[in-house]
Design a protein around this ligand. Sequence first.
Ligand code: HEC
Length: 146
Amino acid sequence: MKRTHIMEHKVLTVGIGLLAMVLPVWSAWLGSVSAAEDKTGATAPPPLSTQEFATAKQLYFALCAECHGVLRNGAVGKPLTTDLARHLGTGYLTQRITHGSPAGMPAWGDSGQLGSDQINIMARYLQYPVPAPYMAEMLDLARTRQ
Ligand code: HEC
């Protein structure tokens, strides 16, 4: 009776030991998988300088927010949330902003309203989260307009 009890204890200890050895390897493997996905560009945003970010933020509010929403959740225009924009990718976003669409998206590039460098900045900016203080700024603006 006492013998089997010790045996059970041993099995449990070895079991926990094995788990402790396997878990870090497993989580390291998971980590390497998500890092590999990042390299495809599907989830990682392209670089954007602080100055470019500021420029795009202003342009977005002035030209895009009325149709796509201040928080980019979509309204008249399609939603342009960070995850959606990252999936669409810089190339597609650049094309759409440049040439627009017959479904109501203005052709900012073709009409000459935005230059190609501004469009490229916008395409990259959309792949970043909506800046946090944005909401407060918008509320302030709404108040001063009243
Ligand atoms: C007058 C309203 C309007 C304005 C202003 C506007 N858009 Fe759009 N946008 C749309 C509509 C409508 C669509 C969907 C077109 C379609 O379904 O083909 C769209 C689509 C898009 C798409 C493609 C989304 C997709 O999923 O295919 C992008 C990118 C985009 N807009 C970016 C912008 C940017 C950047 C600005 C500001 C420079 C802007 N839009 C300003 C109406 C607008």
